[in-house]
Design a protein. Structure first.
Length: 341
């Protein structure tokens, strides 16, 4: 069997571990052949490939990013995109496809599976917002990077008596902000699921300074103020219709300083959260996903995704993974509010 592998969407620590595991087991245990598609869905859409075997995947376990490259190319927005991919897979003799990605990548995989392509998905998102899986690899790394930054910023905040605002990733789900803020001892955590009251945020900050300590505010990039309290500018859209976010930290810096009189500074972690070596947890989870993905392909499965349930890796329909985002429940957010202020 000849199996194609691609990585789509934003890069994520652990992608290379998935590729390595699938290729190693698929080649040495099952005797399958592999072909790497470059730059996400652009690869099968435009026939852009690279060799993929035990040799080309050796030594990539600790490396961040993806040796296959990635993009946000959306074949569903290209006339005849699905048909072109099917034709290219046939011309290359590819019998099955392992698609590693998030909501958008797996949404395309779902459409291809419906069209008759043999596809197995692997969940990837540092935001941890994919349904049907308890955790996704990359999330633990992103949280640890954010916590390291918050730990360092505490000392600067105390030295200069400033408000320090840390903007982390999280378009629609605040898992990174919630976990890193809680682990890093933040005094305010703002997430997309709970519109914030800027006056309440400032009250928390005033209370923190009154205790002779300086506040740290952790905010997800997709956090929104309550309607009518602050204005945010909308950004341009990408190929999947998502607004390019960023800027909430800057807005908060300005608003907090104007309303409280305390000097405020923002730190935007941005792509730093995506890069670098994955944590041990993410390496193990990504490796297990890769091993189970190749098992599913070998057994003739299609239209499924490997997922983590408790400590076990299971298979779920691709449609279940992409039908609904996993957002932070209100009760989880309320748990940490005791530490605000």
């Amino acid at each position: 069997m000849r199996i194609g592998v691609l990585t789509g969407g934003g890069d994520c620590p652990g992608l290379n571990a998935v590729i390595r595991a699938a290729v190693r087991k698929g080649s040495e245990v099952y005797g399958h052949e592999f072909l790497g598609f470059r730059d996400g869905w652009k690869g099968p859409l435009e026939n852009v490939t690279m060799p993929l075997d035990v040799g080309t995947t050796r030594g990539i376990l600790p490396r961040g990013g993806t040796i296959l490259g990635s993009s946000r190319t959306n074949p569903l927005k290209v006339d005849g995109g699905v048909d072109r991919i099917q034709a290219n897979l046939d011309s290359l003799g590819v019998d099955a496809l392992i698609a590693i990605g998030g909501e958008d990548t797996l949404g395309v995989a779902t459409a291809l599976a419906s069209a008759g392509v043999t596809v197995v998905g692997v969940p990837k998102t540092i935001d941890n917002d994919l349904g049907a899986t308890d955790y996704t690899f990359g999330f633990d790394t992103a949280v640890q990077i954010a916590v390291d930054a918050i730990d360092r910023l505490h000392t600067t905040a105390e030295s200069h008596h400033r408000v320090l605002i840390v903007e982390v990733m999280g378009r629609h789900a605040g898992w990174i902000a919630l976990h890193s803020g809680l682990a890093g001892g933040a005094n305010v955590i703002l997430i997309p699921e709970r519109p914030f009251d800027i006056d309440q945020v400032c009250a928390y900050i005033e209370h923190r300074f009154a205790s002779h300590y300086s506040p740290i505010v952790v905010v997800a990039e997709g956090a929104q103020p309550k309607e009518g309290t602050m204005e945010l500018q909308a950004g341009e859209l990408d190929a999947f219709g998502h607004v390019r976010l960023g800027g909430i930290g800057q807005v908060l810096e300005r608003e907090i300083q104007a309303r409280t009189g305390y000097e405020s500074r923002q730190t935007v972690l941005g792509h730093v959260q995506r890069g670098g070596t994955p944590t041990a947890y993410d390496r193990v989870l990504a490796t297990r996903f890769g091993l189970h993905a190749i098992d599913a392909v070998h057994e003739g499965e299609s239209g499924v995704m490997v997922a983590l349930r408790g400590t076990e890796i299971v298979r779920v329909p691709l449609s279940a993974a992409t039908s609904e985002l996993k957002t932070v429940p209100l009760e989880r957010y309320e748990e940490v509010e005791v530490f605000f202020g």
